[in-house]
Design a protein around this ligand. Sequence first.
Ligand code: NAP
Length: 285
Amino acid sequence: MNCEDLKKYQYAVIGDPISHSKSPQMQNAAFEFHDLGRPYGKIQVKTDELADFVAYARENMRGFNVTVPHKQSIIQFIDNFTEIGKLCNSINTVRIENGNLYGTSTDGEGLAKAVEGHFGMKAENLKITFAGAGGAAQSGVWFFVYKGAKKINICNRTLEKAQQMSDALKKAFPALETEVCLMSDFEKMQSFIADSDLFIQATSVGLKDDDPPPFDPAVLDANKNICVYDLIYKETKILKYCREKNIRCADGSNMLLGQGAAAFKFWTKLEAPENIMKQALEELK
Ligand code: NAP
């Protein structure tokens, strides 16, 4: 952790690695719009530095974003949770007031807003298949269910993780329909997709240009009306396949914007100037 960097900022995104983060440009554009300067930085915080960072932040900062690998480990330091933050067991945004940490997750809100913007779909009664059961899938799943989704299928490389998520969902929302399968189970995935409105690619596969697709994209042919949202904010092999097959699809850019806008509001209680934040992100492309 670079202590000199730390002293410069009232807000920051913390993670390890962190150099790739686009949040400072996006958030500083919003702060500047409100004449609040450029108070947001990025700080590399290793796992064994998290407690020291939190102790510093309590006394000296106003808020921060949390990314990989701290979205779960930050929970032990949070004094007050929003309902969604508590439900989804993953915190990406923290506000600091009088030394107390208020934690929430804005990832799910950002995802749902992006899905509504691209495909005109609202969470109520939605049937969704997720590929992936990591932190991002977790936030998305819980947000959609909290807002009234009807059915959640989870396909993952490690079946146990999908099953744990599904069991926890069922316990909290007994009326929810939920099933799981291995991501290598082509037929089961096909049957999930055939009965879904929306497919969300929430694995980390595709971040690197030479990544193979995380599953056989031909499963998507099971439903010609399926809409596909890929959390990764670049053209993945899954998105390429969708475009070739005229399947409606979008990348994760608007989710990044939506979670950032919700975080800005959570800290400042001011409107987030989304067009300006979006422009700042586009300038980085
Ligand atoms: P994570 O917690 O590390 O989870 C990774 C997921 O990918 C797990 O389900 C994992 O399966 C799966 N996976 C990893 N390698 C795989 C492989 N070779 N084959 C099949 N599955 C594999 O990561 P995360 O935080 O959920 O993030 C997931 C993605 O979402 C990342 O690409 C991240 O950049 C993106 N994201 C985007 C936004 C946005 O604003 N657009 C926000 C948050 C995250 P196992 O359970 O089997 O390990």
